[in-house]
Design a binder for this molecule. Structure first.
Ligand code: FAD
Length: 468
């Protein structure tokens, strides 16, 4: 054990700091198995004070710190790089609910809480935490803030950023920033908590979070609609938004190729329509009461859509189990693609009205560099967010993805830039998109970010090699 490791163990407690190689190894790789790094210690603190003590020591010794939440991030942000001096800091033991208030409608929690547990706690109290994503039973709320996660309800409630009222964070030198307020209104200068949201662990460790709760929308109605094009989906979105307003809770798109993949790799799911269509949109309406009214509204709007030829067919959920089955057709796509083998993910956003044009032209550039590749396009269409994922050609070797990564990313991102979109809608930059980030992001914005980073973290100990 080196001097730093000894100091760390003495300052925290031996059970908080693990230094044996066999204890650290399971923490060195990312969820997708693309990245593996090295570390000299794994720290799992039980309190904000212990996080502060850990960072104070790392700062003094200039030791790099890799914050780690539930490790569901898709850009290698929580995976250490090759530096053997890294310390991995995981908040999984900081998982208490500090307060839940059904008058102020706030939830104050430790940052290591699992998102799914928080959603259930809010539910039991008759409230809703709307942040919802397929990885919610593993992802931590601190990781959700650090990546400014989106998910399936953004069209109604916004990204994580819009759900956060306050943040407690430990700065790289061990100072505790106490911004854990639950005020709805506070116009006293710069809103510093926003800097931590989406910072991917590069500015400090988020240790506490104050979240905004909403009324529970117990009444839900879901329809799966078959469409012939992205243009039809866009027109459908226009109609639904106007007719349903805030009740429109999800508007999710996937192509027929995605349906194929899900049916091939998932148990218990069946063809939703008698015949296949080019693409599908899963729409959810939700409200606090009046289920019959909600179903009627959905049926009326879908009836109009069919009449106006904005869709080709529709299946409305008649029971909770049917509703869940329709959702699985959308939510299992990531897992099905993982089962299909290594692939290239592009989590992009576009001005929503430009999605149809983008989909038409992007495929040309893509096939120029990767003939016969298999695009799987799905995502949060209502937010202008597509998962533009590319799998290897049928029969190609599994090394295909790694060999084509740069050329395919360039083809996709060049087209995203043409339409004024973003190379990362939800997942962040991490290690995966650093090259593209520096290529496509406005240089003035990058220079400002670098100055902010320097101010917070002059020794560059927080998650080096990620984002900037
Ligand atoms: P990690 O992966 O552990 O870390 C992510 C980043 O946050 C890293 O840079 C890490 O250093 C930093 N970090 C973690 N905790 C802290 C902390 N306490 N303080 C400071 N920095 C920290 N994302 C979406 O936005 N929308 C989706 O719909 C979505 N669907 C997904 C579906 C699947 C099947 C999977 C596997 C992932 C999905 N994701 C989605 C990505 C992922 O779930 C989110 O990025 C999530 O917010 C990451 O949380 P985490 O706790 O797992 O963070």
């Amino acid at each position: 054990m080196n001097r730093f490791q000894e100091e760390l163990k003495n300052a925290l407690s031996p059970d908080v700091v693990q230094t044996a190689a066999e204890e650290i190894v399971p923490w060195l790789s990312d969820w997708r198995g693309i990245y593996t790094g090295q570390a000299q210690a794994l720290v799992r603190p039980r309190s904000t004070q212990q996080v502060a003590e850990c960072l104070r020591l790392c700062h003094a010794h200039k030791v790099p710190v890799v914050p780690r939440g539930g490790n569901t991030g898709l850009c290698g942000g929580a995976t250490p790089d090759a530096n053997p001096a890294n310390v991995i800091l995981c908040l999984d033991r900081m998982n208490s609910i500090r307060s839940l208030d059904t008058i102020a409608n706030t939830l104050v929690v430790d940052a290591g809480c699992i998102l799914g547990n928080l959603r259930r706690a809010a539910n039991e109290a008759g409230r809703m935490l709307p942040l919802s994503l397929a990885a919610e039973d593993s992802a931590q709320i601190g990781g959700n803030l650090a990546t400014n996660a989106g998910g399936v309800n953004v069209v109604r409630y916004g990204m994580t950023r819009e759900l956060v009222l306050g943040v407690e964070a430990v700065l790289p030198d061990g100072t505790i920033f106490n911004g854990l307020h639950t005020l709805r209104k506070d116009n006293t200068g710069y809103d510093l908590k926003q800097l931590f949201i989406g910072s991917e662990g590069t500015l400090g460790i988020i240790t506490g979070v104050a979240l905004r709760l909403y009324a529970q929308t117990q009444v839900r109605s879901v329809v799966l609609v078959a469409v012939e094009s992205a243009q039809q989906s866009l027109e459908l979105f226009r109609l639904l938004f106007g007719a349903c307003g805030a009740r429109l809770q999800a508007f999710e798109f996937f192509t027929d190729a995605c349906l194929d993949l899900v049916l091939a790799h998932t148990e218990g799911l069946h063809e939703p329509f008698e015949q296949r269509h080019p693409a599908y949109v899963l729409i959810e309406l939700a409200d606090t009461a009046d289920g019959e009214g909600l179903n009627r509204l959905l049926e009326e709007v879908i009836g109009q859509a069919l009449e106006q030829e904005l869709c080709q067919d529709a299946v409305v959920s008649a029971s909770l189990s049917q509703l869940q089955t329709l959702w699985r057709l959308r939510e299992e796509i990531s897992e099905a693609q993982r089962a299909d083998g290594p692939h290239l993910k592009h989590d992009i956003s576009l001005p929503i009205e430009r999605i149809p044009d983008f989909m038409r032209t992007a495929v040309q550039g893509l096939h120029a560099v990767a003939p016969d590749c298999r695009p799987y396009i799905f995502g949060h269409f209502g937010d202008g967010n597509l998962h533009y994922n590319i799998s290897r050609p049928q029969g190609a070797d599994k090394t295909w993805a790694a060999e084509h990564e740069e050329a395919v990313a360039d083809a996709v991102f060049d087209e995203v830039a043409v339409y004024g979109g973003s190379i990362s809608a939800e997942h962040g930059i991490g290690q995966l998109k650093r090259r593209a980030f520096h290529h496509y992001k406005d240089p003035v914005a990058i220079a400002l970010m670098q100055q902010i980073k320097q101010l917070f973290d002059p020794h560059n100990i927080m998650n080096p090699g990620k984002l900037l």
